[in-house]
Write a protein that binds this ligand. Structure first.
Ligand code: CMC
Length: 438
């Protein structure tokens, strides 16, 4: 194989060791990050597919939204560092940036805020939809259902080829998913639904819908609201992860955006992805005491034991997760502001982090705490039940999913996604009648 540069087009030549035949493939450069070898003509020219089951070497699309450098621990949205965005912007500002490509000017921001604020209510009929679920249903199970159901309520924004309808659907999803998430929490707690309030900002309104009750006035703590907003910013988008790829693949068949986002929510649910924030707290409960840490670290290293250290490791980040760095500082601030820096579970988490970061198994495999290691700790301090953690991730990631979906639909070369496979089942064989089978 060789990487050569023609006059205009960089190419990569692939040679078949058996036949000596070679195939020249175009190489494309992005703005940052590794170049890609364009294999779209590989099958037509060689009769071979590429094989990359977990997509460790495959770029599935072009995107202008998010850049990650896993070795350097860099995360940028549209060129802005996650550290700057987390410390200087707001979640809605980031939502605008992801959807439209640039930071909003003041008048654009006011208009966007108004658009989101005035779409936060859901169709009243959705209230009754919730009653179909058992009270002890997992909140993510409810979210998969109610978000998918949105496509049955908003028929006027389902035409994906109409730019205005795409935009209204995006606004509806960003505005209504927090309302549905808060309703889900209330439903599982047996409390009445709380309607949104237009005088509050995005994160204040979300906390209001989650924590207020009709019996008394609820004042949003500004420290809580800022911490919530930061968690939303840090989870807003993360390139072509499992749930985002799910949204894109569903969308490539021209399914409506509400259905695509519901597919993303289902994909996020698993403990290897968004479900890890819940799993971190459950793991800390399971470990129980710092004296038990060595036993659980041994279990995490044992390949015959399914136990993994939740909140550690990442497919792309191999040095540190920049979101975790920001959240770690935020966790310290929030917890000391809330006076819970002596929380035994937090102390256990910090001790686990310290011991794991010194352990050769974790050092050699470059396993560092990821964003979910710290987010669960903050969310618990804010008063959310553990089972809601992944739902909160979904609220934030909706912005990334819908921006990625919109970018894909607006791509002129859009085609349905259709991976191929390496078939390893039986070769062709004759059908045997049932009475003749041995
Ligand atoms: N605990 C123990 N060992 C681990 C862990 C862990 N959390 N993560 C990876 N390893 C080991 C793994 O067994 C393998 O060892 P070996 O080379 O000896 O076979 C090596 O490290 C490489 O791991 P991998 O499974 O090939 O890595 P992956 O890229 O397929 O998986 C991951 C990435 C995030 C799914 C995995 O690290 C994991 O399961 N972590 C725990 C779950 C978690 O915290 N997920 C949240 C990810 S961040 C939020 C998000 O993006 O959703």
């Amino acid at each position: 194989m060789s990487d050569t540069s023609d006059k205009d087009q960089k190419t990569f030549t692939l040679t078949n060791d058996q036949t000596g035949e070679s195939c020249k493939l175009p190489v494309h450069d992005g703005t940052c990050g590794p170049s890609v070898i364009d294999v779209r003509k590989l099958y037509a020219e060689t009769g071979h597919f590429t094989f990359d089951p977990s997509f460790t070497s495959t770029g599935s699309c072009k995107s202008r939204l998010t850049f990650i450098d896993g070795e350097e621990g860099i995360l940028m949205h549209r060129g802005y560092s996650i550290e700057d965005l987390a410390n200087k912007s707001s979640f809605l500002e980031l939502a605008f940036l992801l959807l439209y490509g640039d930071l909003p000017k003041p008048d654009e921001m006011s208009e966007f805020k108004e658009n989101i604020t005035y779409h936060t209510m859901v169709h009243e009929q959705l209230n009754f939809f919730f009653r179909g679920f058992r009270h002890d249903a997992h909140p993510m199970a409810i979210m998969c259902g109610v978000v998918a159901a949105l496509s049955a309520f908003y028929h006027d924004s389902l035409d994906i080829w109409d730019e205005k309808q795409r935009e209204i659907s995006a606004h509806r999803l960003i505005a209504k998913i927090p309302t549905l998430a808060a309703m889900t929490m209330k439903y599982t707690m047996g409390q009445p639904f709380v309607y949104p309030r237009n005088d509050l900002n995005f994160s204040e309104n979300f906390l209001h819908m989650c924590f207020s009750v009709p019996a008394e006035e609820y004042k949003v703590n500004p420290i809580y609201a800022r911490a919530m907003d930061k968690i939303f910013i840090l989870h807003a988008d993360h390139e072509q992860n499992a749930s985002t790829s799910t949204v894109r693949l569903a969308g490539s068949s021209q399914a409506n955006p509400f259905a695509c986002i519901a597919a993303g929510i289902a994909s996020l649910w698993g403990p290897s992805h968004g479900g890890a924030n819940q799993a971190v707290l459950e793991m800390l409960d399971q470990i129980g005491h710092k004296d038990n840490i060595p036993e659980f670290l041994e279990r995490a290293k044992d390949k015959d034991d399914p136990f993994r250290l939740m909140g550690f490791g990442h497919r792309v980040y191999k040095n540190y997760d920049p979101r975790a760095e920001v959240l770690k500082v935020s966790a310290d601030e929030v917890l000391s502001d809330l006076g819970v820096d002596n929380d035994p579970q937090l102390q256990l988490a910090m001790e686990l982090e310290r011991i794991a970061l010194e352990d050769p198994y974790f050092v050699d495999r470059k396993l560092f705490p990821n964003v979910d290691f710290y987010s669960g700790i903050i969310l618990k301090a804010l008063g959310f039940p553990t089972s809601m953690f992944t739902v909160l991730f979904a609220v934030a990631r909706t912005v990334g999913w819908i921006s990625q979906w919109k970018e894909m639909i607006e791509e002129p070369s859009l085609r349905i996604g259709r991976p191929r496979q390496l078939y390893t089942g039986p070769a062709a064989r004759p059908y045997v009648d049932i009475d003749k089978r041995k």
